[in-house]
Design a protein around this ligand. Structure first.
Ligand SMILES: [Fe+2]
Length: 300
């Protein structure tokens, strides 16, 4: 322990201003995974630090996820990305597909929530997915993804309050928009917050082995007080042949390929996209400042 370390609140600054309204303290574990991965802890972290990979890694989402173009920003040691300025929320196809936008985006939005629940069961909750189905029977057809998404959120809020799980009081659309979709909490956590739940990733080195890390994925949800499921820590020292649902499996496959690729003679250095991958860029700049005293200069 370092008695003269930076106070936690100071270290986390300015994250609190963005994420406190989500009331993480009122979330509980929905499920808990601990995986020993055959990759460096930084590679594992980076797999969750951009929205840029979704089009290639989770391409099944493209017909429903709206405009998947992201922007990312450093906030001191920490960083975030969001879908700022995109025209379409989930419900419509990604512009990458060049598909016509449907006249009624409600079925696409319901399918988006259903897919996320079936293939991940994190960020959004089972309650959100069920509530979204009310769109089809209780709201008129609409081609406006923002309207459909706002209605889905409202149905989710009603479901959470009807269950007695409560709802974050200080969280509104402005706060949500400001926070964005994904935060890197330097050095080794990433979280994606939502109204009713969140996912949290954490990576730790595995001893002195640079080719292995201990990786956690926690699906968090707002429950009626005391109504959360009994915590079951699912621990896998070897992930070979295991499946953890489509979304996690896809990300893990990426991590293994990236780690392997970094060992290639053809790989000199990474060239992150400065618009969509600022989280990764900032992570390494700050980490190198901690370890080396200053960021490394890349010499071509
Ligand atoms: Fe992913």
């Amino acid at each position: 322990m370092d008695p003269s370390c930076t106070p936690l609140a100071e270290f986390l600054d300015p994250i609190q201003g963005y994420l406190d309204p989500f009331e993480y303290e009122n979330l509980r574990y929905r499920w808990y995974l601990e995986l020993t991965l055959p990759a460096n802890w930084k590679v594992a972290m980076e797999a969750f630090m951009d929205g840029y990979h979704v089009a290639a890694t989770h391409s099944q989402l493209l017909p429903y996820q709206g405009n998947d173009y992201t922007k990312s920003f450093a906030r001191g040691k920490h960083s975030h990305f969001g879908y700022w300025g995109t025209r379409d929320a989930p419900g419509a196809p990604s512009p990458r597909l060049n598909m016509p936008k449907p006249a009624d985006v409600r079925p696409g939005l319901v399918e988006f929530f259903d897919m996320m629940e079936r293939d991940f069961a994190a960020i959004f909750t089972d309650r959100d997915a069920m509530a979204a189905h009310r769109l089809l029977t209780e709201t008129p057809p609409t081609g406006d993804t923002a309207t459909a998404f706002a209605n889905a959120v409202e149905f989710g809020r009603q479901a959470a309050e009807a269950e007695g799980a409560g709802y974050p009081k200080g969280l509104d659309w402005e706060v949500l928009d400001r926070a964005g979709s994904d935060w890197h909490v330097f050095p080794n956590s990433v979280t994606l917050p939502y109204w009713d739940g969140a996912v949290w990733y954490r990576a730790r080195p595995n001893g002195d082995n640079p080719d292995s890390c201990i990786f956690n994925i926690w699906s968090l949800k707002r429950y009626v007080r005391g109504g959360e499921p009994k915590l079951q820590r699912r621990v896998y020292k070897d992930i070979e042949g295991q499946s953890f649902g489509l979304i996690v499996d896809q990300d893990l496959a990426n991590i293994r390929r990236v780690h392997k690729g970094m060992k290639s003679r053809g790989f000199k250095y990474a060239r992150p996209n400065p618009v969509q991958e600022m989280e990764t860029l900032n992570f390494h700049r700050v980490l190198e400042t901690f370890v080396l005293g200053e960021p490394r200069v890349v010499v071509k």
